[in-house]
Design a protein around this ligand. Structure first.
Ligand SMILES: [Zn+2]
Length: 376
């Protein structure tokens, strides 16, 4: 690795640490501010609860004063009743007394209500006071914590800054300029190259650029401008060669089948064809299809005997027997064209048969075979 790259990698770590420390130092007062806000909310709640208790107390005093006032009125009315001359005057005084007594009862109810409320109010005040106390303690702790962590961070920051400055002195100026500029815009100035890709922007490198990076040249990514480096430790390991897949043995067509499919690569004017022979009672029929389109070519031919006896001229050395059997009814439905999925099945079997032939030829040419494979 180039010395400048090695120093840049260290510089990158220093820059990251410095950024993290700055972030942490900036975050601490924010955390304290959040708790302070909560504290202010609790203080407001406490003030409200205290004000409500005070208002209740004032009301209670007001109601008590009203009762005293009404009691005074009643005794005055009683005194006056001694001097009345008429029944009317007497009834009027009595009604005044009754009204005052009723007012006294209303005020007594109000006082009772205030007293019942007071218990709830007292609880509210006590709860708010306890919360305020806890939060005050918490904020003191948090502030102390923040002070301590900030001091530690500043010390670490000092160390990293010294390291950063000494690293920068050892890196060439134009490389540093490039690093600083890309760092400012992209958050990092360096990018590793892996699998021919810039890990900074995930863009594939041109083969020439990739070779230059691997060849220890100072190269910049064309797309993100980061300084590229290659770490041989992260070089992709060659994949172990996969075991050859075991080819499933192709089933061998039955020699005495009632229906027999063949492939012929050289069927006169038709070229590559598929032939199907069907053995009936004492007769055999032959139908020929174009190998690629699946379309029937020529007419269906019937002859006496089984197909081997009836059509010996078709069963040349180049004919390859294929697997396949379709019901007569189904084949009638095809009309004059093999359906494409059926054609695919036949093509697949043909390829398997051809591979098999090639293999057995090879075996035969390398070692004398004990007996040649019977061709159905
Ligand atoms: Zn890039």
């Amino acid at each position: 690795m180039l010395p400048d790259i090695e120093r840049l990698l260290e510089l990158q770590i220093a820059d990251q640490e410095i950024r993290l420390l700055h972030d942490e130092i900036a975050a601490l007062p924010k955390r304290v501010a959040v708790i302070e806000q909560k504290l202010a909310g609790t203080k407001t709640q406490l003030e409200k609860a205290r004000a409500a208790a005070k208002a209740d107390e004032a009301n209670r005093k007001k109601f008590e004063a009203a009762i005293l006032d009404l009691q005074g009125k009643i005794s005055k009315y009683r005194d006056q009743s001694l001097d009345v001359k008429t029944n009317e005057q007497y009834r009027a005084l009595l009604s005044e007394i009754q009204f005052a007594e009723q007012e006294i009862r209303i005020n007594e109810d109000r006082i009772l209500e205030v007293m019942v409320n007071a218990e709830g109010r007292e609880k509210q005040v006590k709860a708010a006071e306890a919360e305020l106390k806890a939060e005050t303690a918490e904020i003191e702790e948090e502030k102390e914590d923040a002070r301590r962590v900030t001091a530690e961070d500043r010390e670490k920051l000092g160390g990293w800054n010294v390291k950063r400055d000494s690293l920068r002195r050892e890196i060439s100026e134009d490389v540093l300029r490039r690093y600083d500029r890309v760092l400012k815009f992209r958050g990092s100035g360096l990018a590793e190259v892996r699998d021919q890709k810039c890990m900074g922007c995930q863009v594939m490198l041109r083969p020439q650029i990739y070779n230059e990076v691997r060849g220890e040249q100072l190269i910049y990514c064309d797309s993100c401008q980061r300084i590229l480096y290659f770490d041989p430790a992260n070089e992709p390991k060659p994949q172990p060669v996969a075991e050859p897949v075991q080819v499933k043995r192709r089933p061998r067509p039955k020699p005495d089948a009632a229906q027999a499919w063949f492939y012929r690569p050289d069927y006169g004017e038709f070229g590559e064809v598929l032939l199907v022979f069907t053995n009936g009672e004492g007769t055999a029929s032959r139908c020929v299809y174009d190998m690629h389109s699946g379309r029937q070519v020529g007419d269906v031919l019937n002859r006496e005997g089984n197909y081997r006896q009836a059509f010996p001229e078709d069963l040349t050395d180049t004919a390859i027997r294929l697997n396949g059997y379709w019901e007569e009814k189904e084949m009638v439905e095809w009309a004059a064209e093999i359906p494409s999925n059926t054609l695919d099945v036949l093509h697949l079997d043909l390829r398997a048969a051809q591979r098999e032939r090639k293999r057995s030829h090879k075996e035969r040419s390398s070692a004398p075979a004990e007996h040649s494979a019977a061709n159905g």
